[in-house]
Design a protein around this ligand. Structure first.
Ligand code: ATP
Ligand code: MG
Length: 177
């Protein structure tokens, strides 16, 4: 058995918990003295608690919000700015990955960015191919691409059994943001 090995992990599925599970992992890693970077491909409109947490945790836990929000139903020009933001996020991911400074990089909602054609899957595959051996990479988002699954070491599917949203309960502080 190999003792120390960087892994490719995926959190996907239609149930809640993909991003929060990745952040839980990030906290675990940070607690072990690992340096963690989160690159968010799709930025939401909320004031997420994890941004404040990361600030307080200091330089070994960094969150970079790069995306532009969800794409579905946007206009042509909005689409263009989404594409640009996603390209910038991908470029940032590449640079940070190559820098060798981090022990774990979380590419949050990258699966969504791939699905909506904002990020070419081939580029993500070659990025994973080129990753430093020790580095853990976590990819989150629904509808993971089958080729990413093939390249990954660990894939978890969150499955919705119930979600309070369906009862008309709005996003709650500390739960959704
Ligand atoms: P979280 O960030 O809470 O871990 P997630 O990363 O699994 O959620 P996303 O697909 O990124 O989920 O969706 C982002 C938002 O949509 C979250 O606020 C989440 O609560 C909400 N959400 C996730 N799954 C569902 C669902 N099955 N029904 C309704 N809302 C959902
Ligand atoms: Mg998410």
């Amino acid at each position: 058995m190999v003792e120390k090995q960087g892994l490719i992990l995926v959190n996907t599925g239609n149930g809640k918990g993909k991003t929060t599970a990745a952040l839980g992992l990030a906290m675990r890693a940070w607690g072990q003295g690992l340096k963690v970077l989160v690159v968010q491909f799709i930025k939401g409109n909320w004031k997420y608690g994890e941004l404040e947490a990361a600030k307080r945790m200091g330089p070994d836990f960094v969150i970079r919000q790069m995306g532009e929000g969800f794409v579905r139903g946007c206009t042509e020009s909005e689409r263009h700015s989404h594409e640009q933001a996603a390209a910038e996020a991908l470029q940032a991911a590449k640079t940070e990955l190559a820098a060798g400074k981090w022990d774990m990089i979380i590419l949050d909602e990258i699966n969504y960015a791939i699905k909506f054609g904002l990020v070419p899957v081939e580029e993500v595959l070659s990025l994973l191919e080129a990753k430093p051996v020790h580095l853990h990479v976590v990819l989150t988002g629904r509808d993971v691409h089958p080729q990413i699954v093939e390249q990954a070491d660990l894939v978890t599917e969150m499955k919705e059994i119930k979600h309070h949203h369906k009862k008309g309960i709005k996003a709650q502080k500390g739960i959704e943001f």
